[in-house]
Design a protein around this ligand. Structure first.
Ligand SMILES: [Zn+2]
Length: 97
């Protein structure tokens, strides 16, 4: 597949929505202390065995309902955009503004 002008990744779409779970504004990270704690714990375990920390997938730190809103938005843009082979290089097909 030659995707000349791919749409932004899902986490960018999700971040563009207000979080229905914690009320985080668009562009602001979720207030998800348990998700952050799980990531910190994972990295603490890695450190114990001498492995470098990993940066969590941004979606892992977002509430599921916000991910779902982003997924619906991304799917709408995918449906509206031309077939990947017909997309013009450099042109944006997302509706993130
Ligand atoms: Zn949230």
């Amino acid at each position: 597949m030659t995707d000349k002008s791919p749409l932004p990744p899902l986490h960018v779409y999700a971040l563009a929505h207000r979080c229905p779970a914690c009320g985080a504004d668009p562009g602001e990270p979720c207030n998800a202390p348990r998700k952050q704690a799980a990531s910190d714990s994972f990295n603490a375990d890695r450190e114990k065995v001498g492995r470098p920390p990993v940066t969590p997938d941004p979606l892992q730190l977002m509430h599921t309902r916000r991910q779902d809103a982003g997924r619906r938005h991304l799917e709408r843009d995918e449906m509206k955009a031309p077939w990947p082979s017909d997309r013009e290089p450099g042109r944006r097909y997302d509706t993130l503004g």
